[in-house]
Unconditional design. Structure first.
Length: 604
């Protein structure tokens, strides 16, 4: 009986095990089929579909979505075409770059021309392509290119003393992004009238210079001069927003050429918390400002010696050719005298982010690099005022240099911008600016402050504000309000301003210390007498005198400051706003400014 029961239990267990295994196999097969179907569906998805389904946090950090599509097929064909492209491109480069080389020729040279120019046997590699959204009547394509070539490029140079040297450009390494524009689209084959090309972005350009049969170091400074000339020539001849036009169908394509679109006024006001680059003393900072990094269109402030919180208050004007893509870039350096300056940090602002005719006040964090921002180290901040004034603006933007003159009058002064060189436009605008002196009365109302830091043991402060007109040297002071961190003064001061364009307004907030009103006592030790009685240390107190002495420095504690130019009040006439107080965590100062102009134009 027991045997039969055991056999029945064993048989039942075996059948159950077989049924469970069969069920597991069916489930596994079904899951694999579903997974295969899901993988197949994912394989058919586009990048756009994947971005819609999965949020950004779902992807691991190594997953990227490139904008460019691969061009392996084009690279394989380019190798076959390269010998023919080499010949045509060499002639095109020579004819377009050589005049620009002559334009930027260093003063130490009498002549600078190509004697040989071939691109070698190594074809460039196109690493990506994308179609750019553009307006009607044009097609815009961007090609990413990398080239480590073996060109044969020889420059013939002659110095003013009669020395002739052939200089070879070797070991060229280049990575960049080219933009090609097919415009205008027409109903005649090949369906576009012209091709415009430009170096949209120059990511890397390396090369070495070698004198054929000699050493380039034989002439001091020659290598740096030619290096800078080549880079300036490339920047000015083919770098965006420059358009190099190749007509395909005969016609007038002058509208495709690069034209100034407006002016940008950049005022470098101040910087704060700059790192110290000097072993002895402090950094000696200055700022370089540019839109296009050409030597004749790059501006530089004066050097402020031994200062980590410098105030420059200098203005510069730049021509804007393409506000949709251009940036204003600033670079801060430590002046090292005869040695090359040491880089501190850089920042930039997109011109498209500026509202035409409106002053934008910005504090920019300085970065180590604008492209790869891996370094999070704090390098200080720079205070800028930016004003973009497009040409031909219909809403009559006022000229910031003379508030009674609209922008259209400035355009007439500058004449036809399309017929002049950009540097000439900048020079004439600067000359016009210096001809104008703005006089008037500035009414400053110090309304209130909030969230001031605690400066006294009582947990409060006794704040007051000193208002300074920096260039004129005029100072005004509010009354002291005791025991408050949110004072309300509502005091108005009138300043007579002689040169509002170059004036600076400084608000310094202090805590009044009542101890400063009391005459303090100072302990004075007469060591001369004590040395005669050194054998009696216990009598030391007999040689200490208590002398009264006034100390004015005890009467105030510095809280922080606000610095501003008069640009905004010149344009708006009157405004009320709150401003952060430097050196405080959350402190703000409420101000009301009003301007009554009396413009005087100096005879030129």
């Amino acid at each position: 009986m027991g045997f039969v029961v055991g056999m029945a239990i064993g048989l039942a267990f075996g059948i159950g095990l077989i049924m469970a295994f069969a069920y597991y196999q069916n489930v596994r097969a079904r899951r694999r089929s579903e997974l295969a179907a899901a993988v197949a569906a994912l394989g058919k998805m586009t990048i756009q579909d994947a971005r819609k389904i999965f949020p950004p946090e779902s992807y691991p950090p190594w997953v990227i979505f490139p904008q460019m599509e691969k061009l392996n097929w084009l690279n394989s064909q380019l190798e076959k075409l390269w010998p023919y492209i080499n010949e045509a491109a060499s002639e095109l480069i020579k004819s377009s770059v050589e005049p620009t080389l002559e334009q930027y020729r260093p003063a130490i040279l009498a002549c600078l021309k190509f004697s040989k120019l071939t691109l070698g046997t190594v074809a460039p590699q196109f690493t990506g392509i994308c179609i750019v959204d553009s307006g009607p009547g044009e097609i815009v394509v961007e090609l990413e290119m990398q080239w480590d070539g073996n060109p044969n490029i020889v420059l013939d140079i002659k110095t003013h003393v009669g020395v002739a040297l052939p200089i070879q450009i070797k070991n060229i390494g280049f990575t960049g992004l080219f933009r090609i524009i097919f415009k205008p689209l027409v109903d005649e084959l090949p369906c576009f009238g012209a091709v415009c090309y430009s170096l949209r972005e120059k990511k890397n350009l390396d090369f070495t210079l070698k004198v054929v049969g000699g050493e380039i170091s034989a002439i001091p400074g020659l290598s740096d001069a030619i290096d800078g000339t080549i880079r300036d020539a490339i920047e000015d001849s083919v770098t965006w927003p420059v358009h190099k036009i190749i007509p395909v169908i005969p016609g007038d394509y002058s509208d495709l050429e690069l034209k100034p679109q407006g002016m940008l006024d950049v005022r470098v006001v101040q910087a704060k918390d700059l790192p110290n680059k000097d072993l002895i003393g402090k950094s000696d900072p200055f700022v370089v400002v540019f839109i296009r990094p050409l030597r004749n269109r790059t501006k530089r402030t004066k050097t402020i010696s031994n200062q980590l919180n410098p105030i420059w208050n200098e203005s510069f004007e730049f021509v804007v050719e393409d506000p949709s893509t251009q940036y204003v870039t600033i670079r801060v350096f430590d002046d090292e005298g005869l040695q090359p300056p040491e880089f501190i940090g850089c920042a930039r602002v997109a011109i498209k982010d500026l509202e035409p005719g409106k002053v934008k006040i910005v504090w920019l964090n300085l970065l180590k690099d604008l492209e790869v921002q891996r370094d999070t180290k704090y390098r200080g901040q720079v205070h800028l005022e930016l004003l973009h004034c497009p040409f031909g603006t219909e809403n009559q933007i006022l000229n910031p240099f003379q508030t009674l003159v609209p922008l259209t009058s400035v355009e007439r002064v500058l004449k036809a911008a399309t017929e002049e060189d950009a540097s000439d436009i900048e020079r004439k605008a600067a000359e016009k600016r210096h001809e104008i002196i703005l006089r008037g009365v500035l009414s400053v109302t110090v309304v209130s402050a909030e969230s001031l830091p605690v400066m006294d043991l009582t947990g409060k402060s006794d704040p007051y504000v000193v208002v300074t007109l920096k260039k004129a040297g005029t100072k005004m002071k509010t009354r002291v309000l005791n025991e408050t961190l949110n004072p309300v003064w509502n005091q108005t001061f009138d300043f007579v301003v002689e040169d509002a364009l170059h004036e600076l307004l400084i608000f310094e907030v202090y805590d009044h210390d009542t101890i400063g009103k009391v005459t303090s006592s100072v302990l004075i030790l007469d060591f001369t007498q004590y040395l005669h009685h050194y054998s009696a240390p216990s009598s030391l107190w007999g040689f200490i005198n208590v002398a009264p002495q006034a100390d004015d420095t005890i009467g105030k504690n510095y809280i922080g400051r606000c610095i501003m130019t008069l640009t905004r009040v010149l344009l708006e006439g009157e405004f009320y706003d709150t401003f952060p107080i430097d050196r405080t965590k959350e402190g703000k100062l409420a101000l009301h400014l009003k301007w009554a102009p009396q413009p005087i134009v100096r005879d030129s």
